[in-house]
Design a protein around this ligand. Structure first.
Ligand SMILES: [Zn+2]
Ligand SMILES: [Zn+2]
Length: 132
């Protein structure tokens, strides 16, 4: 069991199985919402324990696919916990318990700012791994 929460603690969740994958997305959108390094969680292993009514959802504009969730009190990015995907990303920063994972790959490296060096050996993709 791993616990996670937003900055103010209004939203809390638990996952019953450790996430299987961690990656970093360097696209401008993930960067701006503060969700660049994320893990994938399976919905059936996920349980929201607090703050359902504190979750705000930002629906994607045309041309973008992913719903973004936030705590409406503190603004913490919560990935797609408010969506309905069977497996979905949660920012690694939201976890209070340690994650026994390291970044498997970097995506959208073409959009990465120069001030952020990549300091690990994980694979790098200019764009989405599937479209490379
Ligand atoms: Zn909060
Ligand atoms: Zn992204």
């Amino acid at each position: 069991m791993l616990r996670g929460s937003c900055c103010c603690g209004a939203v809390g969740f638990e996952v019953s199985q450790p996430p299987s994958m961690m990656a970093t997305c360097h696209c401008t959108r993930c960067r701006k919402v503060g969700a660049a390094t994320f893990v994938f969680v399976v919905r059936e292993n996920f349980r929201l324990v607090a703050g359902e009514d504190a979750i705000a959802i930002y629906m994607p504009e045309d041309g973008y696919r992913y719903t973004r969730s936030f705590c409406s009190k503190c603004g913490s990015a919560l990935g797609e916990i408010g969506g309905n995907g069977e497996s979905f990303p949660i920012p690694a920063n939201c976890f209070d318990d340690p994650l026994d994972l390291s970044v498997r790959f970097h995506e959208f490296v073409a959009e990465k700012p120069d001030w952020l060096p990549i300091c690990d050996q994980a694979k790098q993709f200019d764009r989405h791994p599937v479209s490379n």
